[in-house]
Design a protein around this ligand. Structure first.
Ligand SMILES: [Zn+2]
Length: 270
């Protein structure tokens, strides 16, 4: 047979197979929609009776695929259940309970510079690369924005400098304890919160170096917050490391706000 004819015959067969698939999928969709029309459009949440769950085509398709008995309606979780899942996830990523509510939307910028800081954080979450350094006094909302970044990026590890050291020392006694270096190096977003004075011990500087050096060379998304000026931080992480971080930082943001109400409120609700 002529090669050209052979090829066009094959194409024709493929087209008709695809066409059959398409028709089968369309029929399944029609049947699913007909079934959905017989089901309640919304049902109350069992956990939050004041919340409604609405029927969803994609979830109905999935529930039906799992169900041998035939059609089964799928409903989206209620907003409160979705938020509870989100909070549970954030806590597993190390976020303290008083920061799990933090979002970019509920950040209240007090002035123009804070509005700009918010925009920097948002673009950092899009790019997800390099170091972002947040410096400012206690209660100026740095941790709120770092927490919101973790929520936005959706994966990572949020840890205080002091807790990181505690986790490292745990591994000296308990070989089964998780390795904080490994966790910090592999985190999609690593937030080193509250970098301050050295907690002491010869293991602290090598620990911070190993983590920060790795993330720096891989240009991995890293946020550092501190109540101290950058000069004091360089005493903790070493001047050379501090210089490299400063030079290549995505941004270094200074929070000068005197308003303490934001984190005071966060502490209150803790
Ligand atoms: Zn619910």
């Amino acid at each position: 047979m002529n090669l050209e004819i052979e090829n066009s015959l094959k194409n024709l067969q493929m087209t008709s197979t695809l066409e059959r698939f398409k028709q089968t999928a369309e029929r399944a969709q029609q049947a699913r929609r007909a079934f959905m029309a017989t089901q309640p459009a919304v049902i109350p949440c069992r956990v939050h009776p004041d919340c409604q769950r609405r029927i969803d085509e994609e979830l109905t398709a999935r529930a039906t695929a799992r169900n041998i008995g035939g059609f089964e309606a799928g409903y989206v979780p209620c907003p409160k259940c979705l938020e509870a899942q989100q909070v549970e996830k954030l806590q597993a990523y190390g976020l303290p309970a008083n920061l799990t509510h933090a979002t970019f939307e509920n950040w209240i910028a007090d002035d123009q510079s804070e509005t700009e800081h918010l925009e920097v954080l948002k673009s950092f979450c899009k790019i997800q690369r390099g170091f972002l350094i947040l410096i400012g006094g206690y209660g100026t909302g740095k941790s709120h924005l770092a927490a919101a970044a973790l929520r936005t990026i959706g994966k990572g590890w949020f840890v205080k400098q002091s807790s990181l050291l505690v986790a490292l020392r745990q591994t000296y006694r308990d070989k089964a304890a998780f390795d904080p270096i490994d966790r910090a190096q592999s985190a999609r977003l690593f937030v080193l919160d509250d970098v301050g004075l050295s907690a002491g011990g010869r293991d602290e500087l090598p620990l911070l170096h190993e983590i920060l050096d790795y993330r720096h060379s891989e240009r991995m998304a890293t946020i550092i917050t501190s109540n101290f000026e950058w000069e004091s931080i360089s005493n903790v992480i070493g001047e050379r490391m501090a210089d490299r971080m400063r030079e290549s930082a995505f941004r270094l943001l200074k929070f000068t706000g005197t308003s303490h109400r934001r984190e005071a409120r966060e502490r209150y609700f803790d």
